[in-house]
Design a protein. Structure first.
Lengths: 272, 254, 272, 254
């Protein structure tokens, strides 16, 4: 029988080597694996590469704690009314991190190439943008004679996709309510998948409605159950964004430790 | 704004006026004004259209109006979840009629920069990045952008970086509505309390204003719909649009 | 307000012009739009092109009734213990129809190209097969220097995807229980989508669990409610394959009219 | 088949013996013997493996054993539905350890024809087509095929058409098990009631038989598992495998 996949958040984060590339699920302040990201900081990881179409708090706090050296992203902001992600912005401006700037869908095309097992993936649009020359992307003329020229994106295979989900079971199956953002393609592109679940649900509940399962257990290497683990972001329909907490985080005069001390995963328990 | 415009109402309502019957219309991340415009159009206009949003919503009926334009509440009441790959593919294959996309700078060709102020490799300001722009701007049937600041640093002759180019059909600012005509942005109408001259002064690129007129005032339905979306004026305060009369810092144009 | 989408099966089939290309959902004897296909026969359509990774009864009966002139397919069989699809086989051997032979995934790659809005789609594998030369497929060398050569398939955009689903609502949203086979990508690739639903469900039931919706209403042009419409195939979990009926169909000495006369859509009513 | 093999049990059980612990293993359409092999392995062997099938099943526990190997009952008891695009992508990206794929003809290089007998453009017999073959055979880590008829018209020197080529790891017939070795099919073992000579006579391509042995008999667990899957012998009757002793029509080999 395979080894149990349910573990503590600390054990899950311990499986991330320095220098790993991580695809992070969710979008902006919504359903991000934020407890996991804070645990990376507690474990003082370095040299991480973050892959996410629309990171915000997660990439920003990792920049703040100097855990990141590279980001591949389409749009980075705190959103809500918070505007730019300050520590990320600073890290790029000071060249503390290397940015590979994408459109959300070019990053997705790279993930698709990895998920589909092909070296590159054509993507619609991009024409007229400075991004291809910036990233040395190639274009291919339609070999079927339409005359169309299409940009192709090289495969992007993250080492680990880390997805915060509403519910997982003890086998590792995972499901999400509301939009799954880009999590599906991330889970298919990455070499490994780690699941942070707000709630542990029964295996039977997954058998009752298997169509709702976003990520089947056989693709999942590790599961941690962390209630409220997307804090200070939302996890629909369980909880909304904690805007005062984000405001505190954004206060550049306030020590990061004060923010970290409020995090719900400090109360973590494994519900298995 | 009983009969006239505020900068905020001008922006939101004129974005809504780009929405057409039966079209598929999309609002994305970091896009509060278009989110409000889509929700307003659903309330103010006597036609239906397909409202999709980045929260996976398909014809949603959200119970609250969120601060974040990607908040999952924007899918509430939907009969389907249309997640990110799905709405992007819809756009690239030609099924997105109207797409609202953000910009930090817009040039006279209707191209946008959301990437950087200064040199990309040595940025003065690292901006958020274009998100959907580079893929959606050229592939949506029509794309519309907006700026809460109308100035020669936002409406520019030369972009610091071309994040996206292609299908821009319109731009709305707190004082003007531009549309694409013959490959360049042309003024369609201006805030009636501003002037054509003010729009020219505050715009960094040349544009034609043939047939441009003062923007028709908000209809009763438009004003009422905005009132239901922002009863306390919180969105208007958060948008923090500079008063129209504050012209002290206007640069002289060339 | 848009026109009502619910209509009779006859009205739906009447919207199919002679010569149209149709992607048909389901697989072999399972959840195929078989009532719809029989209605095409009743309406004596001609010149149809059928696009389906694994057709069987549907393509076979259309060949039997001489409605088809082209098929693009990966594998064609009756399955179960019935083996080859006899009238399809005969139609190919007598060159009554043009076959574009695919692997299931090359056909899917063509559908992906259409769904993604790109002129061609790379596909894994295919190396060493005679299919590329047969179909004049092109290969592209990875422009990013891996040395990999990948086959690319031109876009395949059906005029109409016709999908038999478990449940639709009056707006046109549709959902499937169990596997959706290739129906998702068919619905995204086609210019129009027609839904044949075994059951009409409430709009509220879709709002209660929107994650289960396979095809959102705004993509759907027509809906017909046809209980047991996948007969003689299965529609999980509602009913199984009617093997005796398939056996009767396979009896080459038996008139097709006898089979058609047993079809459940002859009892059709609109439940709206 | 208390202690020995029937052609049917030989086929199913020797397919099952290709399954390894913890591997991801797939059975597809039109594939009754591998479907039975996967279900048998779950019952007969004391290791776990991930069983996926074309009905979207992921570790299913079907309440009945269907006639059709793509019947949705094969997803019953699954905790997820892994539909067609998903399992094909899994295969092309290298995540499918073992894949069972059908064939009408197999050549000595382990390539398969499922397309046609005769010329493709002027067929004597139009066959079903390869389905997954051309994509899965070269991309699965290992692929295994089977034939219910072992003859010089199924195990051929020259295929009428190459439907799929690449990663074939093994072939099982009612009388023999071949594995790929040094780029060609080699005999691994033969039905103990047949003989190496019979296998050679009934095979159209040359093969090495170094170290080949009579196939070890079915274990108690294997036989018991097959019995639970086919208690009435219906699958065995449907498979209609010619009795081993019927050699009257055997062609002499070259």
């Amino acid at each position: 029988m395979p080894a149990p996949k349910i573990m503590t958040l600390a054990d899950m984060a311990a499986r991330v080597p320095d220098g790993a590339s991580l695809a992070l699920g969710g979008s902006f302040l919504h359903r991000g694996p934020f407890a996991f990201v804070r645990e990376l900081i507690r474990q003082a990881k370095t040299g991480l590469e973050i892959i996410k179409q629309s990171p915000g708090y997660d990439l920003d706090i990792l920049c703040r704690a100097r855990c990141v050296t590279k980001a591949r992203a389409g749009i980075v902001a705190m959103e809500g009314n918070f505007g730019l992600a300050p520590w990320y912005r600073r890290a790029v401006e000071l060249q503390q991190i290397v940015l590979e700037e994408h459109a959300c869908m070019t990053l997705t095309a790279g993930l698709r190439a990895a998920a589909f097992g092909v070296p590159f993936q054509p993507v619609g649009g991009v024409h007229g943008s400075d991004l291809p020359s910036l990233n040395h992307w190639a274009s291919v003329t339609d070999p079927y004679g339409s005359g169309k020229e299409v940009w192709v994106i090289p495969a992007i295979q993250p080492d680990i996709a880390v997805i915060h989900v509403n519910e997982a079971n003890e086998l590792g199956d995972a499901r999400v309510y509301g939009t799954y953002n880009w999590d599906r393609i991330m889970s298919r592109a990455a070499k490994q998948v780690f699941i942070v679940a707000d709630t542990l649900a029964s295996v039977q509940s997954f058998k009752d409605r298997p169509e709702l399962t976003l990520i089947p257990s056989f693709m999942v290497q590790a599961v941690a159950v962390v209630p409220n683990g997307a804090w200070p972001g939302s996890c629909w329909p369980l909880y909304e964004v904690d805007y005062p907490a984000v405001e505190d985080y954004m206060d550049t005069t306030r020590d990061l430790g004060l923010h970290m001390a409020c995090a719900p995963e400090r109360l973590e328990r494994v519900d298995a | 704004m009983p009969d006239g415009w505020s900068g905020f109402s001008y922006l939101v309502i004129n974005l809504a006026r780009f929405i057409r019957p039966d079209e598929v219309t999309f609002s994305g991340v970091n896009s509060t004004p278009p989110m409000l415009a889509c929700l307003l159009a659903k309330r103010a206009y006597d036609f239906d259209f397909v409202y999709l949003n980045v929260a996976g919503g398909v014809q949603p009926t959200p119970s609250t109006i969120p601060i974040s334009s990607s908040d999952p509440v924007l899918a509430e009441g939907s009969t389907a979840i249309f997640a990110n790959e799905d709405f992007y593919d819809l756009c690239t294959r030609g099924g997105m009629d109207l797409c609202f996309l953000g910009a930090a700078q817009v040039d006279g060709l209707g191209r946008t920069n959301v990437s950087v102020i200064g040199d990309w490799h040595h940025p003065n300001v690292r901006l958020p990045g274009g998100g959907g722009g580079a893929v959606m701007l050229p592939t949506a049937r029509r794309a519309v952008t907006w700026r809460t600041e109308h100035s020669t640093r936002t409406m520019v002759e030369t972009l610091d970086f071309v994040t996206a180019a292609g299908g821009l059909a319109g731009v709305v600012t707190p004082i003007a509505v531009f549309v694409k005509r013959d490959g360049r942005l042309a003024l369609q109408s201006w805030h009636p309390e501003a002037s054509l001259d003010e729009v020219r002064q505050r715009t960094g690129f040349d544009f034609v204003a043939t047939a441009a007129t003062p923007t028709p005032p908000p209809s009763v339905n438009e004003s009422a719909a905005l009132q239901t979306l922002d009863p306390e004026g919180q969105f208007e305060r958060d948008a923090n649009i500079a008063p129209l009369v504050d012209r002290c810092s206007l640069p002289r144009r060339r």
